[in-house]
Design a protein around this ligand. Sequence first.
Ligand code: Z5A
Length: 217
Amino acid sequence: MAWQKQKPIFVLFEGGEGSGKTTQAHLLYGALKGMGRRVIYNDEPGSTDTGFKIRTVLLEAERNEIDPLTEFLLFEADRSLDFNLNIKPRLENGTDVIQDRCFGSTFAYQGYGRGLIKTHGLLMKAVDKASRKNLYPDVIFFLDGDPKKLLQRVEKRSKKKTSFEMEKLAFHNLLRKGFIAQARQDKKHWVILDALQQPHVLHEKILRRVSKILKLK
Ligand code: Z5A
């Protein structure tokens, strides 16, 4: 493929902990690469040097002085850097972007999980739009499933738990509610997938949808 001709696709993966987003994002990355496309895998938080420092603060277990609004602003600061330095330049030069978490997580975790959607809903939308430099994915795959079952997958991991993984089940149920609410509000872009399916089955569904979008570009 002549690289000047590639019209990039921007794909976002969202979901709660253990939903398999990262697995599917990497499978799609490999598939697009296999088609000869220029593509990057990118995730939030922490994909820039400064963003990585923000990530360390956000994910460490002991961070009692960070209130929900501060937490939201830190995720958005990370996003603003991410779009400036990674996502926007890549899309502009015709590279596909496979994004693992973005605004969908902010509205689920900080909006629903922490309750900011009720007190700062409009502010959240305005700040987030600015952080994204008005860019929006072509498609958003939400890997949905019962948090109780999905959390069992991450329980098996030996790595140290993040501040979010240490939250109680009620918090994870709120996140799910937040993701579903967003998917219902924007059916054109959000695709809900049953995260409990086999990885290869999910990948086939995702690839089919992405191929359809690529044909229309
Ligand atoms: N956060 C936020 O609060 N606000 C924001 O705006 C943003 C993020 C952007 C980042 O954590 C944290 O930041 C995150 C939300 C919050 N919460 N936490 N913790 P992270 O970057 O360290 O990790 P993560 O994004 O949460 O990833 P994850 O949940 O740990 O993993 P995942 O991407 O959903 O799943 P996975 O790594 O692909 O798979 C997990 C395990 O399940 C693994 O062993 C796989 O082999 C297995 N797996 C995957 N798919 C399947 C299927 N289909 N069947 C069976 N087993 C599977």
